[in-house]
Design a protein around this ligand. Structure first.
Ligand SMILES: Nc1ncnc2c1ncn2[C@@H]1O[C@H](COP(=O)(O)OP(=O)(O)OP(=O)(O)O)[C@@H](O)[C@H]1O
Ligand SMILES: [Mg+2]
Length: 156
């Protein structure tokens, strides 16, 4: 089932990221989909805020992966933020160790996940951000199973 919300400003998009962050658990994988400038990084920054990330979360556009120390209900985890826009071929996912991020002691956020679709875990949340520039955004949370469904229901 899809849950749709509207965001009129970058702050609101961050706020939705923060709300989602409060529902995540160890091993959560969130695929962030949307055009260039949709607000994927802004949303990821909100998740980071919920997870107590200290310091600025910048876009991993050139490095592909940034890793932060984060906390989930008092337990330390890694927040792994990927931007795979520059990945040329899916096989490169293995080289950069994408699958190492899908583990219980990490929360993983992936911008431009399309190229590694075959490597993505089934159990993940897709967040689609529609709109760019100064347009309002529609944020769609796509719950694939009852577990995500319950978490999103509580969030919205
Ligand atoms: N409602 C909104 N939500 C999110 N961003 C907004 C909104 N309105 C305007 N913006 C602007 O859109 C831009 C979103 O940038 P951001 O880097 O988060 O996008 P992105 O999806 O990560 O892009 P990329 O694909 O290049 O990584 C920012 O400049 C932000 O200020
Ligand atoms: Mg980005």
């Amino acid at each position: 089932m899809d849950y749709r919300v509207t965001s009129l400003t970058v702050e609101q998009t961050r706020e939705w990221g923060k709300k989602l962050g409060e529902c995540l658990g160890g091993g959560s994988v969130v695929a962030l989909l949307g055009d260039l400038g949709a607000g994927k990084t802004a949303f990821a920054q909100g998740v980071g805020e919920a997870l107590g990330v200290i310091g600025p979360m910048t876009s991993p556009t050139f490095t592909l992966i940034h890793e932060y120390i984060a906390r989930l209900k008092g337990t330390q985890v890694r927040l792994i933020h990927m931007d795979l826009y520059r990945l040329q071929r899916p096989e490169e996912a293995e080289v950069i160790g994408v699958e190492d991020a899908f583990v219980e002691d990490a929360v993983c956020l992936i911008e431009w996940p399309e190229i590694i679709e075959d490597y993505l875990p089934e159990d993940r949340l897709d967040v689609v951000i529609i709109g760019s520039g100064e347009q309002p955004r529609e944020i769609i949370f796509h719950a694939k199973d009852s577990d995500w469904e319950t978490r999103l229901k509580d969030m919205i």
